[in-house]
Design a protein around this ligand. Structure first.
Ligand code: NI
Length: 171
């Protein structure tokens, strides 16, 4: 079921979300399904639970190719519970981001090119991996939401840069 987004000024978007401690529950499965439904309904590439008013450390993401990130490989629909990111030593890259929680705005945001992650799945089993490029960017954007950080907090420049694509929310 598609859920509504909290408004940009809602205090929950600025709070530290709580770890999930109960796994494989009907409530957790329903939350993740609602998050995917909401992400896909908005043509997004990712979503964090606090954006729909649930202050838990849950993120989802998926990318099926297309013009949002030309050349980036598709990412299957993935839910990560209690994710932790470890940046790879290496370059920081700027690229365009938008956010369901910051409607109508897109900016160049600096992110680590690659990150390793550790998390749990819906059953509480440990999962880990490494992501690069657009995949790593989505992970950093969504985990930021769990710590009360929005992409507009990470801008390295003072003036909004010209936007090369029509404004649309995506995460
Ligand atoms: Ni976002």
């Amino acid at each position: 079921m598609r859920r509504d987004f909290l408004p940009q000024d809602h205090p929950m978007l600025r709070q530290h979300a709580e770890p999930v401690t109960a796994f494989d529950t009907p409530e957790l499965h329903a939350l993740v399904q609602d998050m995917f439904d909401t992400q896909f309904a908005g043509n997004g590439v990712g979503l964090a639970a606090p954006q729909i008013g649930v202050p838990l450390r849950v993120i989802v993401f998926a990318y099926n190719g297309g013009d949002r990130a030309p050349g980036a490989p598709p990412i299957p629909p993935t839910a990560l519970i209690n994710p932790v990111l470890i940046p790879d030593p290496g370059p920081i890259q700027e690229d365009w981001e938008g956010c369901f929680s910051v409607p109508g705005r897109r900016e160049q945001v600096p992110r680590w090119h690659a990150v390793s992650y550790q998390a749990q799945d819906l059953q509480g089993r440990p999962v880990s991996g490494r992501a690069e490029g657009f995949h790593a960017r989505i992970l950093q954007h969504e985990v930021d939401h769990l710590d009360g950080t929005l992409f507009i907090d990470r801008l390295s420049h003072g003036e909004p840069a010209p936007c090369p694509t029509p404004a649309q929310p995506e995460d």
